[in-house]
Write a protein that binds this ligand. Sequence first.
Ligand code: FAD
Ligand code: 2HG
Ligand code: ZN
Length: 475
Amino acid sequence: MPPISPLLLEDLAAVVGPMGMLTAPGDLPAYTADWRGAHRGRAAAVVRPASTAEVAEVVRRCHLAGVAVVPQGGNTGLCGGATPDETGDQVVLQLGRLRRIRDVDPVEDTITVEAGAVLRDVQASAAAVGRLFPLSLGSEGSCTIGGNLATNAGGTAVLRYGMVRDLALGLEVVLPDGRIWDGLRPLRKDNAGYDLKQLFIGAEGTLGVITAAVLRLVPATPRRVTAWVALPDVDAAVAVLGVLREHGGSNVTAWELMSHEALSMVLATASQARNPLAAPHPWYGLVELAGPDGAVGLTAELEAALSEAFARDLLLDAVVAGSPAQRAALWSLREGISEAQNLHGPSLKHDVTVPIRRLPAFVAATASALDDALPGVRLVTYGHVGDGNLHFNLSLPPGLDPAAFLGHSGRLSKVVYDAVAAAGGSISAEHGIGTAKRAIAATYLDPVELELMRAVKRALDPRGLMNPGKVVLPG
Ligand code: FAD
Ligand code: 2HG
Ligand code: ZN
């Protein structure tokens, strides 16, 4: 890539105005490193357009000048996808000013939002018309819809509503050469050729910049019943999923699992956090059933499921939230794990899925192989067990130097990913590839699949200027 010229920077500043351009060295670090500080780069500028037309003009001018663009939303991604490279020649295209809710339509049951809208604001706009936008993540106060779509985010309600891909009806996208594709259709049925929007969803900004989306809304579920349970092992967690479905049907919205090690990190770092159960247990689960106001059967469904699970020795203990505050406290234990693990020094993240019935054997074999590879390594295992998706994260054993721990990372990750491959799983369940898993993807993805991905990239971005170096490298 050529170094960026001062003339181009002046041009870009003219497009977005003084409020839309950051170049002072002191202003850039918030945009050139990720949330964890695990990925760091440099940028020639951070450009903050306020409309689709401005995005298109910025991208067009960068394309003509041969300058690479790195789209960025809330910068909460966990794979380095929104971080520029080390050259200092890339432009970070930050979408936070493009945050209007363009339309909420309770007849179509849709919401049309700009890419930089924060997820929590989208949820609130849906709630204001008595609907639910069901995507729910620990980072929802900062992450943006554009980032959610670009990573095909999952979260804690996938069991009931699917990934964000399942909630998207239409997209507006600025292509790598600056053209605008207006695919912002609210249609439930649209078989007129290839489903192009799905190409951009999960592409991590490598095929174009998402500027707006039409998203599906669902009936609001203000009535929620939530329980925290203790489990002997992962076998029990898988079996409980069946019991929950049998009694709660489609009201079952979340079934999350955490190891004792994961909970203990939250208890050690969050001063308000308390274990809701009297004694420590090897595994904990968080279950939630949800329905409309006045739904009367939810408590009975949850109680019936818990009774059967106790009768079958699948549960060791349980507590049902008795108030919204108690429910929030239970969720904060689950959603606090990511941050708590960060506070415990460097970590190795493995966001993996395996077929649900294989989870118990996968967890047991991998845990034992990891302990052989690095005795005492801390297994911070948790996640969306109802989706077969665990965050099989590792933290350093007490007493080990962080640099020495990271020196083992290749060996430790190989243990996890070999086991995932053997179980027929995926090396990335919901966070994506970015730069963090690019080499791993090249090793574990089917060669034909990789070649198809490269062909798509070449077709849409022949000059390789849209978030280069992320997901797949040219073959
Ligand atoms: P960014 O981090 O800014 O960008 C992520 C990727 O998308 C980058 O490749 C970037 O280039 C691209 N991108 C951003 N905006 C656009 C755009 N408009 N057009 C094209 N490309 C774009 N993820 C889950 O899936 N499930 C979880 O449960 C979950 N929980 C989390 C909890 C915590 C505490 C944290 C810190 C993160 C969590 N994440 C989770 C990861 C992260 O929040 C999601 O990946 C989120 O979707 C990223 O949104 P963002 O706006 O921050 O994107
Ligand atoms: C979660 O489920 C997120 O909490 C974050 O996906 C996982 O930080 C992680 O590894
Ligand atoms: Zn997750």
